[in-house]
Ligand binder design. Structure first.
Ligand code: ISL
Length: 545
């Protein structure tokens, strides 16, 4: 209903369309596949789905390289399939958020193709960031910025007359040229794209690389500190992340959203290193919410987890926004594998064929279930990534010839890439491609262990991860845990413990059982145990007499 601000407390499920369900049988998931499986999401109990990109794209970065923002890629279906999916989701009370990629387009976008043919200094070039090179003949890139996917951020073009020409900027792959967001024509085009999807009835947008859209004036050289992770420069002023000018764009978009009824929402994707920086994106007239990546990046360490929860509630609360919570998405190692790693490798970098050891699958799954049990008790909205409700681990044995992530290619295999969290879902243990489709084709091979995690197997097992997620979501709604406050409780060093009203929540991140005291009645345990001592790597919700 209008005025409900549903996004403040929602459980939002990320669908990665190419790996969710494949109705056409070509090995790549599609929109009719999603429609056919909406009942399973209704049963899971989610409030909304967010779809990773399905717009027209040459798929050089799995659709995060858009060639036409107003159409569906034939791989995924048609606009009519989209409308049907949207109507069917709404009929089940599930809201739909689409992924918008405004920082860059595909190099196959008509604007970029026009820019390549046009002359330096032309209005066609001014939609992107073209610059003359340095050096005597312009043979050196305009600055030293490094691409997130490896290599430099500049690629040189050949001019219409065949001579070596200008360079264009791309924070990501060379097939993903960055728009110039200081150009009013770009701004107007995206207002129109927002309205195109809002008119069709979408409930909001997940805004890709929200913090990259404005670059610092003069494009000054920048070298990240040696210990920078994939989020970039720590406390530095990074000339291509989080520049103040982006707020202007979000204020503008907020107004566009407000033209529509039904509480349409913007969720920014911004890998910023601190919660203080992160919360600036969600002031009342800007983004409605933003991903809490500092939470995702927190390793299995009670003190750090308590700290990040406390800080999230303070920082987001301070700007009047709900905190969000997220443990997995299509860019990171799945948390059922990641959380089994040691504290000094929170992002799971190096996991894969070239790493020394594999994370322990049993410990990883226990911790993942405990982490989700904790997450779904927190006030704010929670983002789930498809497959985590089955407890899926990262797929670690993908043969090189199947890999598609550009980070793999741009680093010559140095970085393992993100394909391991993108493997098609197992729906049934005994069907071809585990029920992903009827033909048995799959764009990434599904490991044999997928049978164990298949949805139909887990449905029949009361203690499965799937049934844990269902219980947590039902109880979270019943007790309105998405809103309200949290009261910290004194507890052992290795635990995270707080109360939500009458409900006590404790997670044990240590190696010894933790006694909860007498007279406890459990609402939910992340894994079944008897007695009142909480085992290591588990969490529970309970009341006390
Ligand atoms: O993947 C990351 C960390 O593990 C990030 O650095 C990520 O590349 C960054 O947050 C931007 O991600 C988004 O835009 C990319 C796309 O490849 C990602 O899939 C998308 O989530 C470029 O469009």
């Amino acid at each position: 209903a209008p005025g409900s601000e549903w996004w403040r407390t929602a459980v939002i499920y990320q669908i990665y369309p190419r790996s969710f369900a494949d109705a056409s049988g070509d090995g790549i998931g599609d929109l009719p596949g999603i429609t056919s499986r909406l009942d399973s999401l209704k049963e899971l109990g989610v409030d909304a789905i967010w779809l990773s990109p399905f717009m027209t794209s040459p798929q050089r970065d799995a659709g995060y390289d858009v060639a036409d923002y107003r159409d569906v890629d034939p791989l995924f279906g048609t606009l009519a399939d989209f409308d049907e999916m949207l109507a069917q989701a709404h009929a089940r009370g599930i809201r739909v958020i689409v992924d918008l990629v405004p920082n860059h387009s595909s190099d196959q976008h008509v604007w970029f193709q026009e820019a390549l043919k046009a002359a330096p200094g032309s209005p066609e070039r001014a939609r992107y960031i073209f610059r003359d090179g340095k050096g005597e003949n312009g043979e050196l890139p305009p600055n030293n910025w490094e691409s997130v996917f490896g290599g430099g951020q500049w690629t040189r073009v050949t001019e219409a007359d065949g001579t070596p020409g200008q360079w264009y900027l791309h924070i990501f792959d060379a097939t993903q040229p960055d728009f110039d967001w200081t150009n009013e024509e770009v701004r107007e085009e995206f207002r129109s794209i927002l309205r195109f999807w809002l008119d069709r009835g979408v409930d909001g947008f997940r805004v890709d690389v929200a913090h990259g859209m404005i670059k610092k004036d003069g494009l000054p050289d920048y070298t990240p500190p040696a210990d920078a992770d994939s989020m970039g420069g720590g406390e530095d002023d990074v000339p291509y992340w989080g520049q103040p000018g982006v707020h202007d764009i979000y204020r503008d978009w907020h107004q566009v959203m407000a033209e529509y009824d039904g509480d349409r929402a913007l969720c920014g994707e911004a890998w910023l290193p601190t919660l203080q920086q992160t919360s600036l994106w969600v002031r009342p007239d800007e983004m409605h919410q933003t991903f809490n990546f500092p939470y995702l990046m927190t390793p299995w360490d009670a003190e750090r987890l308590r700290g990040v929860i406390r800080e999230s509630l303070d920082e987001f609360g301070g700007v009047g926004a709900p905190s969000t919570w997220v443990l997995s998405n299509h860019d990171v190692v799945r948390h059922a594998s990641r959380l089994a790693l040691t504290a000094d490798n929170p992002q799971g970098e190096g996991i894969g064929p070239k790493s020394a050891g594999k994370p322990d699958a049993v410990i990883g799954l226990s911790r993942a279930r405990a982490a989700t049990t904790l997450m779904l008790s927190l006030p704010g909205s929670a983002y789930l990534y498809q497959g985590e409700e089955l407890g899926l681990p990262e797929a670690m044995e993908i043969p090189d010839e199947f890999r598609q992530d550009p980070t793999w290619f741009r680093t010559n295999g140095e970085r393992y890439g993100r394909d391991g969290c993108r493997v098609p879902l197992p729906w049934s243990a005994d069907a071809p491609a585990y029920g992903f489709n009827d033909t048995g084709d799959s764009w990434l091979p599904q490991p044999d262990e997928w049978a164990r995690y298949a949805r139909d197997v887990e449905e029949g097992d009361a203690d499965s991860t799937l049934n844990l997620y269902k219980r947590l979501i039902v109880l979270r709604r019943e007790h309105a845990l998405g809103s309200g406050s949290l009261v910290w409780e004194d507890a052992a060093d290795d635990t995270v413990a707080f109360r939500r009203g009458d409900i006590h929540v404790v997670a044990n991140l240590g190696t010894e059982p933790v006694e909860l005291g007498g007279d406890v009645t459990f609402l939910v345990q992340s894994e079944p145990f008897t007695g009142t001592a909480l085992p290591p790597n588990t969490a529970a919700w309970f009341t006390k007499a």
